[in-house]
Design a protein around this ligand. Sequence first.
Ligand SMILES: *Cc1c(COP(=O)(O)O)cnc(C)c1O
Length: 293
Amino acid sequence: MIYQQTSAQSLESAILSNTGISLRMWREDLNHPFISGNKWWKLKYNLETARKEGHTQLLTFGGAYSNHLYATAAAAHELGFKSIGIVRGEETLPLNATLVFCKSKGMHLHYISRGQYREKDSEAFIQWLRKEFGEFYLIPEGGTNAHAIKGCEEWAHRIREVEDFDYLCLPVGTAGTMAGMVNVLTDKSIIGFSSLKGGDFLKEKMKQWLTHDINNWQIRTEYHFGGYGKVKKDLMDFIIDFEKEYQIPIDPVYTSKMMYGVFDLIQQNTFERGSKILVLHTGGLQGRAGFNF
Ligand SMILES: *Cc1c(COP(=O)(O)O)cnc(C)c1O
């Protein structure tokens, strides 16, 4: 897959004056026009494995606005795999921009009910999929598996080589990306910001992927703004102000909630004087248009 080198930039803010805190943002949103942010790293070793195992077809799952479906469709197209996207819920026409894009990259879309979707990891359902679509390499929802974490670990090594920081802040969905960061950056404090409501289960999920039991991480669960994919006026205002001030677009589902949380924690004096904070822009801007503000 094409990869454009990324790096970090400083975010100057009035909130930071007199705190001695430095705040920098790692612009992984710029790594690829379509396979953006963390999804590039989560797919890298999955696609390598699929190729090594001789697969010609990928199959994965997602909601109608999923960054993961979008990235998988683009990656499959770029590398010459066929792809199948199993979409949660009924087909609604006209298709939204995410699904139009997936189709334009040759992804075959198959819709299943929300009830069926909950069963998507069951052996019986996967067998049915193989009967229906033939052999495929299966990538789980959100792309999180051991190969994805390996990719995120590699990304963490790259970040460590280039940047000097005390705290790493990042948005969290399935926590796969965070697990990769935590595994590598054992001498840093990692703070994840859950973009979904009731994110306490994520702490358990994390443990499944961790290769050490160093207590170098925490997940903040109070910045979900009503839940996954939900926004509130406060958050929309924040995004508009942020984009105006820094000329950096941020998505409403992930990076904006994390950034809001980071500024809030700075204002509450959670970080020591002089701390160096690095925040990850994890990409996903394709969904921004769907929010219409
Ligand atoms: C998928 C995604 C995340 C969440 O990553 P996880 O590894 O599932 O925690 C964060 N940010 C963006 C932009 C994403 O698309």
